[in-house]
Design a protein around this ligand. Structure first.
Ligand SMILES: Cc1ncc(COP(=O)(O)O)c(C=O)c1O
Length: 396
């Protein structure tokens, strides 16, 4: 019998060491008691039944010794998923474990660049890209997205100018894009590759949100689209965002270039010793990729409805807001400047008056001033409560 999941149930995540629910104050020190957290990008939904069964079976083994991820079953699960879902044939030899996409990006910046080199990002964008570049002593070069008829697009002229510089070594691509929610079309992605190829630059394609597109929209893995450039394309994938497993710390980094694989092993195993996954992460990834599709399709339908609910809500109650279309991710990017132009005052209104914790637009770069990022991966009742609170504070 096909399992039917109920995403409306409200799970109590308090007192579970949850970053999103219990550690709000560590990152948002002004957060008042009772703030509703729609910030960190994880979901307030239980994971798929086959994953729970795999984790229970792992628990039943009663021993949790050092584990390694590279079994045939593991590699088959990962390659099978991407072949079935995206018609992408990943070479099993190219799959490398990392405890997360962000640690992998940090390691790759260290491997692929030297101190003082520059890396391009496309703001407004997931802020750890900036942190990892800057904290490793490299420079951020911004190729900002531009709004064309209200839709975010890449600025290719500017990108080309920036790729020309000899100290610019590569580009971190966010595909799908967090926070603006774009799922890049094949033509856009091919153009990015064409330009990077012309100047011999690598592309680090962060595709962690690739499984989470709207039902009618398809994500295109960059490597599958441009296999001829695959030695210079590094793809970051993970079951963590898709299946709500972020706390288990497992991602798969696709490295094709033999020299890069060697450099990766020297950094990740040789210098840092962070190349071994937990047994819980391994079994959950195998279960997710082999048996998680039923849950994922039901989740995507629920997210589609939540996103429509947000669009309708703003249209009816806060019609001056500009809500950008979420083609992928479970994040909605809203321009609230018509209600409050000052980003600090907007933050105060949301956090202290509305008691809703969101990722502030300015976290993603100055292009996000006056915007909010709303995580809609929660039961509709929670989402409704957050929107009501926000509306009250904005219309006061
Ligand atoms: C674009 C992007 N990359 C990476 C991550 C986090 O990856 P990890 O938890 O595997 O480090 C996120 C989480 O929100 C994200 O949005």
């Amino acid at each position: 019998m096909t399992e039917s999941y109920n995403f409306d149930d409200i799970l109590n995540r308090q007192n579970t060491d949850s970053l999103k629910w219990d550690w709000l104050n560590k990152f948002l020190p002004e957060a008042p008691e009772g703030a509703l957290p729609l910030w960190v990008a994880d979901m307030d939904f239980p994971v798929a039944e086959p994953i729970l069964e795999a984790l229970t079976a792992c628990l039943d083994r009663k021993v949790f010794g050092y584990s390694y991820y590279r079994s045939e079953a593991y590699l088959d699960a990962v390659t099978g998923w991407f072949k079935r879902r995206f018609d992408w044939s990943i070479d099993p030899e190219s799959i490398y474990y990392s405890p997360g996409v962000v640690p992998a990006i940090a390691a790759l910046i260290r491997i692929l660049t030297e101190s003082g080199d520059s890396v391009i990002i496309q703001r407004p964008v997931y802020y750890p890209f900036t942190d990892k570049i800057v904290n490793n002593g490299r420079n951020v070069i911004n190729n900002p997205l531009k709004l064309v008829s209200g839709r975010y697009e890449m600025d290719f002229e500017d990108l080309e100018e920036k790729l020309k510089a000899t100290d610019t070594k590569g580009l971190i691509l966010c595909s799908p894009h967090n926070p603006v929610g774009r799922v890049w079309e094949p033509d856009t992605l091919k153009r990015v590759v064409e330009l990077c190829k012309a100047y011999g630059k690598w592309i680090l394609s962060d595709e962690i949100h690739g499984d989470l597109t709207r039902k009618a929209i398809r994500h295109y893995p960059l490597e599958a689209l441009c296999p001829e450039y695959k030695d210079k394309i590094i793809t970051c994938t993970a079951p963590s965002k898709t299946f709500n497993l972020a706390g288990l710390h497992l991602s798969n980094i696709i490295l094709n270039d033999p020299a890069l694989r060697k450099a990766w092993s020297e950094e990740v195993d040789g210098r840092l010793s962070i190349g071994m996954a937990s047994p819980f992460a391994i079994v959950s990834a195998i279960a997710a990729y082999n048996q998680g599709e039923v849950w994922l399709e039901q989740l995507r339908a629920y997210l589609d409805d939540n996103i429509e609910f947000v669009y309708d809500y703003f249209k009816n109650k806060l019609p001056e807001a500009i809500v950008h279309e979420t083609e992928g991710t479970y994040l909605v990017w809203v321009d609230l400047r018509s209600y409050e132009n000052d980003p600090n005052k907007l933050e105060e209104k949301m956090l202290k008056e509305a008691k809703v914790a969101l990722d502030e637009g300015y976290f993603f770069g100055p292009e996000g001033n006056g915007f909010e990022r709303i995580n809609v991966a929660c039961p509709r009742a929670t989402l409704n409560e957050a929107l009501e609170r926000m509306t009250k504070a904005l219309l006061k």
